[in-house]
Design a protein around this ligand. Structure first.
Ligand SMILES: Cc1cc2nc3c(=O)[nH]c(=O)nc-3n(C[C@H](O)[C@H](O)[C@H](O)COP(=O)(O)O)c2cc1C
Length: 350
């Protein structure tokens, strides 16, 4: 299995490289009769597009999605939906220096070791560009889960070591980083600018919240909801850690603090982050994903060529300073794809 597909009933396959003619996705198993046109997908693609935020590279990608199959008169037919996003504005010549050199922190070395051949222009399948296809597929998953009242939203909780202290999710809509703390957002913007000037990059933490999820989604043992969510998010480039609910902090709590008391009106707290024994509780699902800094940086770094010769590399080309905020719609897409799949599995079980 080549690992380019995910999901059992709502099945998504992505394809394409960043400097090929296009990237895209095939979504199979989407129920018929859902209103769907390009506009439903375009908003999320625009949020992911380079140049859309303060941490972005100036690469001008139009990211226009085309729906090639699976709809009739604006509604899904239940047949495979093929989505195409043409690669416009990719400047492959900027990557000439990388033909025989491995970028530290990127997939250049591992792809070379695995396949013995690699597309050095932008990172091929390991490029952040591949996530445009996930976002397009995720927009369809969002429509599937929205029919049951489920919504998925991602926020910036930390960037460059600056943490959001207040969590007014209303505020998140009022700044480009989608950070729920406006003061922290302003400091993050400043830090991004300083990093850009140095030719460096920054990591951060994204929080994803799922509201309206019914209890009972998730399978026992190997396909638990938390296991599938973690796998889906870890499959995004730069994501190095995932925690659910209290997450790593739970390791430092006593059972009496960590357990969420049950009341006739539901759970009194939500340290479980909406999942117990791999099955949703009906509370909000709360997930955090830790993202490392973008590997391609202008600052000179030590590396080697494919022939083992040591060299210093400053990466040219147009790279982001941070995956945040562009990664927010990608996280939403992956979480929505997992939820759509489990929702349809639960319906099939009944
Ligand atoms: C939305 C998005 C945009 C990205 N943009 C870049 C980029 O401009 N330059 C870069 O070197 N890496 C970028 N990346 C990160 C690489 O894809 C990632 O670091 C690489 O595949 C190595 O995987 P790993 O970080 O999981 O080890 C981006 C990732 C995402 C999700």
């Amino acid at each position: 299995m080549a690992g380019n597909s995910t999901g059992r009933i709502f099945r998504v396959t992505t394809w394409g490289e960043s400097h090929g003619p296009a990237v895209g996705a095939v979504v199979d198993g989407c129920p018929p009769g859902i209103d769907l046109d390009e506009k439903d997908i375009q908003d999320d693609l625009n949020r992911r597009r380079p140049g859309a935020g303060p941490a972005s590279s100036p690469r001008k990608e139009t990211d226009r999605v085309e729906i090639l199959s699976g709809t009739f008169e604006g509604r899904t037919t239940g047949t495979p939906i093929s989505l195409l996003i043409r690669n416009v504005g990719a400047e492959s010549s900027a990557y000439d220096d990388l033909r025989d050199v491995f970028r530290p922190g990127h997939g250049d070395f591992t792809y070379w070791k695995k396949y013995g051949i690699r597309d050095h222009r932008g990172g091929g399948r390991a490029s952040g560009r591949e996530t445009a296809a996930r976002v397009a597929a995720g927009a369809i998953a969002k429509k599937v889960i929205a029919r049951e009242g489920i919504a998925v939203t991602a926020f910036t909780m930390e960037l460059g070591g600056i943490r959001a202290r207040k969590t007014s999710f209303e505020h998140a809509g009022r700044n480009r980083l989608c950070c729920p703390d406006l003061q922290a957002a302003a400091r993050m913007e400043k830090k991004l600018e300083e990093s850009r000037k140095k030719g460096d990059s920054l990591g951060g933490i994204v929080e994803i919240r799922v509201t309206g999820c019914p209890p009972g989604l998730g399978e026992p043992v190997f396909e638990k909801m938390d296991a599938d969510l973690a796998a889906a998010l870890m499959g995004i480039g730069t994501v190095k850690g995932v925690e659910i609910g209290a997450g790593f902090a739970a390791a430092r709590m006593a059972g009496s603090e960590c357990n969420d008391p049950l009341t006739p009106r539901g759970f009194a707290t939500n340290n479980a982050g909406g999942i117990l024994a791999g099955i949703t509780t009906g509370e909000d699902i709360v997930i955090r994903a830790a993202c490392k800094p973008i590997p391609s940086i202008g600052m000179p770094q030590k590396t080697v060529t494919v022939f083992g010769k040591p060299v210093k590399l400053s990466v040219r080309g147009r790279h982001d300073v941070s995956v945040i905020p562009r990664i927010l719609p990608v996280c939403e897409a992956m979480v929505s794809i997992v939820l759509a799949d489990h929702l349809l599995r639960q319906k099939a079980n009944k």
